[in-house]
Design a binder for this molecule. Structure first.
Ligand SMILES: Cc1cc2nc3c(=O)[nH]c(=O)nc-3n(C[C@H](O)[C@H](O)[C@H](O)COP(=O)(O)OP(=O)(O)OC[C@H]3O[C@@H](n4cnc5c(N)ncnc54)[C@H](O)[C@@H]3O)c2cc1C
Length: 382
């Protein structure tokens, strides 16, 4: 086992980190304050090749191994968690199922523009009364000749207000439960489809979130993504990718907290000394570093396993997400603590990081759901 990165990986990380620092990070405070969607940043991530990493070249992708993608993702999340989240919902949660389960025509229609950052995608699972409990959704689709008619509503959908296209999860045969769910591709502008205003949020305010409404929304047969009644299983695969993506989100936030904390502690004085002198500060910084490094290794392992189609990748994606998200929340809290009163003030980066960190424990399955998945998979092994 070789833990060393190649020269190519190191150079790529360095140049992508510079791009994030120069182009993405300076806008982070503004898009958070004004709740503005960072469309130009998504386009830039498309032209830089980041969005297309790991996707086939024929659909606008480029070679890129999952570990390198995680390395670069950390830099993006560190620079701006909201930009990372929206980019991931589009080129991950939307593009991955299209790539994995789509027909040739669907891949050609959707992937090039999404991976170029010219268009935006979203994945719509959650409903007002059902998030963790996917089988509790009410949205349904019934056949009408060769078409499908979708009825229902979704909520908390990342990129909801701005996306061009959506992967929508609906029951096609509710009585069959997990064997009665189908994924549909719905384009914005389709009759019977509408979307709500951006919801006001605690964090990642630059990443717009909204409700979606389907009122006798008619989509053609070619809108079925994957196989009819196989959507639950297609979704499970998509969410394994998504959980690793969410773990990287938390990793980037945690790393930003560590760097902010070290710099501030070396600058701020109290009782005639730099606060970096105090042992309480050492302990916080040491714990941050330890949890970040362990979390990063877990993420790389999960990403690598997924690229090898290892069935254990489901387990490791949950472990990595659970570990990194819970520690990122604690790390962000400690970073605010190190900043004292300033950490509570708008305009200080750690204040935003603290708000953004919490989503890591909720999105792509809550911590409780990750623990349930881990227990189920581990129990099955023994
Ligand atoms: C900013 C943001 C962006 C989002 N983006 C998207 C998106 O793009 N697409 C999308 O489909 N969804 C999205 N979501 C929704 C997100 O995935 C859900 O909020 C999440 O899965 C939890 O579902 P819920 O909110 O319905 O909570 P609930 O499922 O109602 O859970 C409430 C509480 O009960 C606990 N709980 C529930 N079931 C169990 C159980 N079996 N055992 C133990 N505890 C349990 C939960 O862990 C939680 O603590 C987003 C949410 C947010 C906040």
């Amino acid at each position: 086992m070789d833990f060393e990165f190649t020269e190519e990986q190191k150079k790529l990380k360095e140049s992508f980190a510079k791009l994030c620092e120069k182009e993405i990070a300076p806008r982070a405070e503004y898009i958070d304050k004004e709740a503005v969607f960072p469309r130009e940043s998504i386009a830039l991530l498309g032209t830089s090749g980041f969005l297309g990493m790991g996707f086939p070249e024929e659909y606008g992708g480029n070679s890129g191994d999952p570990i390198t993608k995680a390395m670069l993702g950390e830099e993006l999340a560190k620079a701006c968690a909201a930009t990372y989240l929206s980019a991931g919902a589009s080129a991950g949660l939307f593009a991955v199922p299209v790539w994995k389960f789509g027909t040739e025509a669907q891949k050609k229609k959707y992937l090039p523009d999404i991976l170029a950052g010219k268009k935006i995608g979203a994945l719509a699972i959650t409903e007002p009364h059902a998030g963790s409990d996917v089988l509790g959704i009410k949205t349904s689709a019934r056949r009408q000749g060769t078409a499908w008619v979708i009825n229902g509503s979704k909520t908390f959908i990342t990129n909801g207000p701005v996306a061009d296209s959506y992967v929508v999860v609906a029951y096609t045969e509710k009585e069959k439960k997990r064997d009665g769910i189908t994924l549909f591709l719905v384009d914005n502008g389709t009759k019977g489809f509408s979307r709500g205003k951006p919801l006001e949020k605690l964090g990642v305010r630059g990443s717009p979130t909204s409700e979606l409404f389907f009122d006798d929304c008619v989509v053609p047969e070619g809108s079925v993504l994957g196989s009819v009644n196989n959507g639950f299983y297609e979704l499970a695969q998509t969410l394994t990718h998504g959980r690793i993506g969410m773990a990287v989100y938390s990793l980037g936030i945690a790393q930003a907290c560590l760097e902010e904390s070290i710099n501030y502690a070396q600058d701020r004085t109290a009782f005639g000394r730099k606060i970096s002198y105090f042992q309480d500060i050492h302990f916080k910084i040491a714990d941050m570093k330890m949890y970040i490094d362990v979390g990063r290794e877990l993420i790389y392992k999960a990403a690598w396993m997924l690229s090898q189609d290892d069935p254990q990748s489901i387990l490791f994606a949950s472990i990595a997400k659970l570990f990194m998200s819970e520690h990122a929340t604690k790390i962000a809290s400690d970073a605010v603590q190190i900043f004292g009163g300033y950490g509570f003030m708008k305009g200080y980066k750690v204040e935003r990081l603290y708000r953004d960190a919490k989503l890591g424990e909720i999105g792509e399955g809550t911590s409780e759901i990750q623990r349930a998945i881990i227990t189920k998979l581990v129990e099955d092994q023994y």
